[in-house]
Design a protein around this ligand. Structure first.
Ligand SMILES: Nc1nc2c(c(=O)[nH]1)N[C@H]1C(S)=C(S)[C@@H](COP(=O)(O)O)O[C@H]1N2
Ligand SMILES: [Mo]
Length: 203
């Protein structure tokens, strides 16, 4: 399935038609590594995914439980706020929605803070995580994620700039109020829609 192109790219909402590139972006076929700190080495055996915060049943999945969940593969664009876009990526993994359903989000849950094994955090609204294209990816272009790109599991949110696609994913914490993650606290946009060029906050 392809989530980019076609009817998803309406002219409303800042999106353009066809296989256009978001404004201000340059296409690359490389897959640069963008990491702010140390690269954590998290083996599949040690890795756990927690769904916490405003949920009825806090969930902790180990690797085997995660891999036993329904698996999907999707093609998606990857837009870094530093102005490169890699247009064709194939990601495999588990829909975020499916693990959030296991945890049963409370009615007050509206936002999420994502926590990673390197200490990185990033925020987004819950709606983005419940969308069809929000993935907990373990593979990219047919091979397991490399350590540099977030092994064993990273978040992939194609509708937002790639700083929201958290590597070395550890926990998704649902919240009522939106609080800024690492880059958001350092001036990046709270939402980060590449089609609206929501790069930075100017206040
Ligand atoms: N845990 C963690 N996730 C992260 C980052 C990071 O430093 N730590 N960098 C972000 C940024 S700014 C980008 S552009 C993408 C880059 O993903 P890549 O290194 O796989 O290209 O990862 C995002 N996810
Ligand atoms: Mo980035």
């Amino acid at each position: 399935m392809r989530w980019f192109g076609g009817s998803k790219r309406e002219s409303e909402g800042g999106r353009s038609s066809g296989s256009a590139v978001p404004p201000g972006q340059v296409v690359t076929t490389k897959m640069p590594v963008m990491t702010i700190g140390q690269t954590p080495k998290v083996s599949q055996g040690v890795w756990r995914l927690n769904i916490a915060g405003l949920v009825v049943n806090p969930v902790e999945l180990d690797w085997d439980q995660f891999m036993a969940m329904p698996q999907i593969t999707m093609d998606a664009e990857f837009h870094c706020v530093t102005q490169w876009s890699r247009m064709e990526n194939t990601w495999s993994g588990v829909r975020v929605r499916d693990v959030i359903e296991l945890a049963d989000a409370s009615a007050q849950a509206k936002f999420a803070m994502v926590h990673c094994y390197d200490g990185y955090t990033t925020n987004m609204d819950l709606e983005t995580l419940l969308a069809d294209d929000a993935l907990l990816a373990h593979s990219h272009d047919g091979t397991p994620l490399s350590v540099e790109h977030g092994a064993p599991v990273r978040l992939v949110l194609p509708s937002l700039y790639a700083w929201k696609s958290a590597k070395w994913l550890q926990a998704i914490e649902l919240t009522e109020k939106e609080t800024p993650g690492f880059w958001e606290a350092n001036g990046y946009h709270m939402r980060g829609d590449p089609w609206r060029e929501e790069r930075f906050r100017y206040h």
